[in-house]
Write a protein of this length. Structure first.
Length: 124
């Protein structure tokens, strides 16, 4: 299921990149093309800021994972509760890693979109 999530994220971002490329190449008049490129740049910038902000969130989750591991070792409530806590921490770590990978995929395609828009604005 994790790889399907990565594939969906990759495919949806690729479709967005293809639509931006097609739209910018379809428009012949320079002012209209620049206006579309600027709007896409604004959208990509806001989406990039959101993706970068999620890394701060993932960093905080990673810190909580370490703290939970430390406290689980100190609690010593028995083997059953310790294994249950370890499983929960492992699940959270896997979800955090998956979220980070999806954010990296988003940033890759957003950087490509930004470069494409800048190239279309600069060239006449």
């Amino acid at each position: 299921m994790k790889f399907l999530g990565y594939a969906y994220r990759f495919l949806s971002n690729f479709v967005f990149l293809a639509l931006v490329y097609y739209s910018l190449n379809l428009i012949e008049k320079y002012p209209q093309r620049v206006m579309l490129a600027v709007m896409v740049l604004i959208y990509a910038g806001m989406h990039s800021a959101s993706a970068l902000r999620s890394f701060y969130f993932f960093q905080r989750i990673e810190r909580l994972e370490g703290e939970a591991r430390r406290l689980a070792g100190l609690a010593g409530e028995g083997p059953n509760s310790a294994s249950q806590r370890k499983q929960i921490v492992a699940d959270v770590a896997e979800l955090r890693h998956s979220g980070e990978m999806k954010a990296y995929i988003d940033l890759l395609f957003l950087a490509l979109v930004i470069l494409l828009c800048i190239a279309k604005v600069v060239t006449n």
